[in-house]
Design a binder for this molecule. Structure first.
Ligand code: GLC
Length: 437
């Protein structure tokens, strides 16, 4: 008969299983995010993968970061996907060719033409916390490149220096199919969309993937970027999608706080970082805080607030961008309310990616309700910083219980059943980080 394992034994089992997932996804040059669905190197996935790997193999973790930085454009942009050459053919769409990125500013390795949440600096600082001696020279090596990326973010995506960086595609947010994109995407009329064939529903059920109308706009946007040859000023001026995203800005701000700590360790100047931090903090409060008691994103192109309440609204806790009173409001009025996020008889797990009250709530569709380990980790870290240790611990327990079902891309908050891609690397990497804590 199956004996209930002691928590310690279960944890060592989970740890070994997580290592196996990372090993299985190790393509040598990089670690793919998922065994079937995602065969290339993704930007913020690889930062989180490196953080998990540092507990297992520091050299391999550093290699992951170097390979990510190999994709950096000459102007500092760090792309969302790096298409390192691999054995065999990939059936992933969009392929490297589809992006038509300009040769004069791109590196040797093919990449996509958009970026992703800059969580790298945060992961690097944490990797240093775990292994100070081995990580210090590495920080010295990579610091200028990471700083360049942040310079690019402020220059290219906040050209008027108003304090918030804009994203030009939902995929840049990392929360690709979030309900907060419904209205900004609906304002776009796709015309002459290039021919393409979706491949994202080959390995995952279509009911867990984005709708056709939205996917068409994802592709239409890429085509608009190709037409202006990815020139930052033109992208900013013409992209039909231009959003000051609370999630992306919160991660940027947190990363710059971590970058500042790294600069101090290295004896590098911090003035530029201090200016960014001060500007973002002010703009975040002035432009994104709503009287309803949360930070919303803002559609810059159409000059309207995006009211959808989703997981992004908790990212400012991770960033340290909320006052203690604002944190309390966010937690009491939303996180702990069963009609929004807290468990009830219909949903057992924290933290759904979308408020259960939303019209768009679908507990198994990509970013429209399922629990993601990455967002659980971000919110958990934020809660700890604001003194909510018990709540943070509950989220950690829920996350570990989900991870025990296997390392998946996301999980149904109603009963914890896995969904999306299997063999998912950052779920495994974050398991290693959570078990270490
Ligand atoms: C999905 C996620 C994105 C992630 C990518 C690879 O597209 O939305 O955040 O980087 O998968 O795992």
């Amino acid at each position: 008969m199956h004996q209930a394992a002691s928590p310690k034994r279960e944890h060592s089992y989970l740890q070994q299983a997580a290592i196996n997932v990372l090993q299985n996804n190790d393509m040598g040059t990089f670690i793919r995010p998922g065994t079937y669905q995602y065969p290339h190197q993704w930007n913020w996935d690889s930062a989180l993968i490196a953080l998990g790997l540092v507990h297992v193999d520091i050299t391999r973790a550093q290699h992951e970061v170097r390979q990510l930085l190999a994709g950096q454009w000459r102007d500092g942009m760090l792309p969302h996907v790096i298409y390192h050459p691999t054995e065999g053919t990939s059936d992933y769409f969009p392929s490297a060719d589809f992006w038509q990125t300009p040769k004069d500013i791109t590196p040797e390795v093919p990449t996509s033409g958009i970026t992703q949440p800059p969580i790298l600096a945060t992961c690097l600082r944490r990797m240093h916390k775990h292994h100070p001696k081995a990580m210090l020279p590495f920080l010295r090596e990579v610091y200028p490149h990471v700083l360049n990326w942040h310079r690019w973010l402020h220059r290219a995506r906040d050209p008027e220096q108003q304090g918030l960086v804009a994203i030009i595609h939902p995929w840049e947010s990392g929360t690709d199919n979030a309900a907060r994109w419904v209205h900004p995407l609906a304002r776009i009329t796709p015309r002459n969309v290039p021919a393409y064939q979706r491949r994202d529903a080959q390995h995952v059920d279509a009911s867990e993937r984005p709708f056709t109308a939205e996917y068409e706009r994802f592709i239409y946007l890429i085509d608009q970027f190709r037409r202006v040859h990815y020139e930052p000023a033109k992208l900013y001026a013409t992209s039909p999608f231009l959003v000051a995203d609370s999630f992306f800005n919160a991660i940027t701000y947190r990363a710059e706080k971590d970058l500042r700590e790294i600069a101090m360790l290295l004896g590098e100047p911090t003035k530029e970082l201090d200016n960014w931090l001060a500007r973002t903090q002010q703009a975040f409060q002035e432009r994104l805080w709503l009287e309803q008691g949360y930070f919303a994103s803002f559609d810059v192109r159409y000059n309207v607030t995006m009211y959808e309440h989703d997981i992004a609204t908790f990212a400012p806790l991770f960033a340290g961008l909320t006052s203690q009173a604002q944190a309390e409001t966010l937690i009491d009025n939303y996180l702990l309310q069963a009609d929004f996020y807290a468990p009830d008889e219909h949903s057992r797990y924290l933290l759904p990616s979308l408020a259960k009250t939303s019209l768009f709530y679908e507990p198994r569709r990509y970013w429209r309700g399922p629990v993601w380990i990455v967002t659980n980790w971000l919110v958990m870290e934020g809660l700890l910083d604001y003194g909510y240790g018990e709540l943070a611990n509950t989220i950690k327990e829920h996350s570990l219980a989900l991870l025990e079902q296997g390392f998946y891309e996301y999980y149904d908050p109603r009963d914890g059943t896995p969904a999306g891609a299997s063999g998912f690397s950052w779920s495994a990497a974050l398991a290693l980080e959570l078990l270490h804590e």
